[in-house]
Ligand binder design. Structure first.
Ligand code: SF4
Length: 352
């Protein structure tokens, strides 16, 4: 049996091994990934989350890909922290369109003492609606992490972005070690981790392998692994970087699936740039999570009804929480999508 098909969860991946996985013939790689995927998941189910930006723009960090960084002039409107009730109203709508997880993102270096109580109220309120909760708020200290866990937060999103070696070319205001420390606090507080990275920033194959090695060699694999494709935004330093080969993007999804066989691999930012065939290949490679919505924090995303049409054509159904019967869930989604078509309140997949 090929070692990469061994279902034992591993935390000792090496650069040589992962580079070889990334470079093997495309069909062999996809076959391995799909075979392993079927050992752990229903291959025709995709988990659906909604993400709302609860505070947009003017971030003090200098992530070179991010239109929300205050270091770059991208013409983005800056907003204060959204009111708790408004967030809860959005969460209710997300529930109605069939999302089982509601993710809230704030463009902060870290949450302030002034803002944290409001954030905790948001977590409690969304949780009370019966949805899973996820937040991305930047760096956390131990006390803040515990407060979020006590409020009932299920997931914390904090991406590693790229390899430790390439990281300094992308961000200078926060260290890789600080990111790992936040992830460790989150794990110690008993929450689930959502952590991934971004491709197409000019990184090498070794950097792509290095990112996956960091994630897979954590003491426990992140439950969610968002793999983002850079959305180039005018005004950011990466606005003119070369595109990633779409097949190389699919390869990364497949290798993430092989290395972290029990994690949800999320097809995340950049989905709007992908045609339906590429998205179908992504699902075949083992991606089994997407975001709903019309915006991706500040960038466009395919509309929810287009997603449902694609799901229908591929025979894919949204992964439902156990309390929903499939048909009821599906009908609720379809109805809500019709109502939702012109709304523009939802934001989508995060980088942070
Ligand atoms: S990715 Fe997050 S931390 Fe970095 S600039 Fe954007 S909002 Fe700030």
């Amino acid at each position: 049996m090929n070692a990469s098909l061994n279902p034992v969860t591993r935390h000792d991946w090496t650069l040589t091994e992962v580079t070889a996985l990334l470079q093997q013939p495309f069909n062999d790689l996809l076959f391995q990934a799909q075979t392993l995927h079927r050992q752990h998941f229903n291959a025709n189910r995709v988990q659906v989350s909604t993400l709302l930006s609860i505070k947009t723009g003017a971030c003090p960090e200098d992530c070179k890909y991010c239109p929300q960084s205050g270091h770059y002039n991208t013409g983005l409107d800056k907003e204060k922290l959204m009111e708790v009730q408004k967030v809860l109203d959005e969460a209710q709508r997300a529930k109605e369109i069939g999302s089982t997880r509601f993710c809230m993102g704030a463009a902060w270096k870290h949450p302030s003492a002034k803002d944290l109580p409001y954030v905790l109220e948001m977590v409690k309120g969304v949780k009370a609606m019966g949805m899973e909760t996820c937040m991305t708020l930047g760096k956390l200290d131990q006390e803040q992490t515990q407060a979020l866990a006590d409020a009932g937060l299920d997931y914390y999103n904090h991406n590693l972005d790229t390899s430790p070696e390439f990281y300094g070319s992308i961000i200078t205001t926060r260290t890789y070690a600080e990111r790992l420390q936040t992830l460790s606090y989150v794990r110690d507080a008993g929450m689930k981790i959502c952590s991934g990275g971004i491709l197409g920033m000019g990184e090498s194959i070794a950097d792509r392998a290095g990112l996956l090695i960091q994630l897979a060699n954590l003491p426990e694999h992140p439950e969610s692994v968002p793999i983002n494709m850079l959305v180039k935004v005018e005004g950011t330093p990466l606005a003119n970087v070369d595109d990633i080969d779409p097949f190389d993007f699919i390869r990364m999804l497949a290798v993430a699936r092989i290395m972290m066989p029990q994690s949800h691999v999320r097809l995340s930012a950049g989905r709007e740039q992908m045609n339906e065939q590429m998205q179908a290949l992504a699902f075949l490679a083992g991606a089994n999570s997407i975001f709903y919505g019309e915006k991706l924090l500040t960038t466009g995303n395919p509309q929810a009804d287009k997603d449902m049409q694609l799901f229908a054509r591929l025979g894919i159904k949204p992964e439902a929480r156990e309390e929903y019967a499939d048909e009821v869930h599906q009908a609720a989604i379809e109805q809500a999508i019709i109502e939702q078509r012109d709304a523009s309140l939802f934001y989508d997949a995060a980088t942070h």
